[in-house]
Design a protein around this ligand. Structure first.
Ligand SMILES: Cc1cc2nc3c(=O)[nH]c(=O)nc-3n(C[C@H](O)[C@H](O)[C@H](O)COP(=O)(O)OP(=O)(O)OC[C@H]3O[C@@H](n4cnc5c(N)ncnc54)[C@H](O)[C@@H]3O)c2cc1C
Length: 154
């Protein structure tokens, strides 16, 4: 039996993206540069998962094979980006100083710009974000329709 854990990453100020000052894509447009750091929240969560997995196996009468159970969460956790359900980078919020978008996924700075993918997420409880992306996009579409009718955006 094989166990593989997933958990939530708590946003931290050391993980962000910015315009790369040096690198451009094939059209000459600057690319994004990413900064990433796990915090204690994630590494302790990873160590706790491994401990729990081994306890479950042992309680069922099994034994752990394939090496020792890693107790150092920093060694146990996967590299950032490896688990393929990362979201965020363009988060929504209620304060333009700390978020890029408002609750309708509308840019604070450019009123007719709406971001309807995984970027507005402030966190991700575990994985499978697609249905939430669709639900939020649906809500954004309703908002755009209503704002257009009121001529608040053009
Ligand atoms: C193998 C795999 C399996 C998955 N399985 C599931 C699942 O079962 N259920 C689930 O809910 N989620 C799953 N996910 C996650 C889900 O696919 C993603 O969370 C979702 O696709 C994110 O949508 P997005 O539009 O934010 O980003 P993306 O779908 O990554 O879209 C980003 C787009 O931007 C484009 N792009 C990037 N840079 C530039 C640039 N400089 N200029 C122009 N375009 C650019 C890319 O080409 C891409 O088309 C899976 C992901 C992977 C990789």
């Amino acid at each position: 039996m094989y166990f593989d854990g997933r958990g939530e990453m708590i946003p931290n100020e050391d993980s962000f993206c910015e315009i790369d000052p040096d690198v451009t894509d094939q059209w000459g447009i600057p690319v994004l540069r990413f900064h990433w750091k796990w915090s204690d929240h994630e590494t302790r969560q990873a160590a706790h998962m491994l401990k729990t997995f081994s306890e479950i196996g042992t309680a069922m009468g099994g034994s752990v094979v394939g090496g020792k159970v890693e107790t150092d969460g920093a060694k146990a956790i996967a590299r950032g980006g490896q688990i393929i359900h990362e979201v965020g980078t363009c988060r929504m919020g209620d304060d333009p100083r700390t978020s890029v978008l408002n609750a309708h996924q509308q840019s604070w700075d450019v009123k007719n710009l709406f971001v309807t993918d995984g970027a507005p997420f402030v966190s991700n409880a575990d994985k499978n974000p697609t249905l939430s992306i669709l639900a939020l996009a649906w809500r954004t579409c309703d908002h755009i329709k209503s704002e257009l009718a009121k001529r608040n955006i053009g």
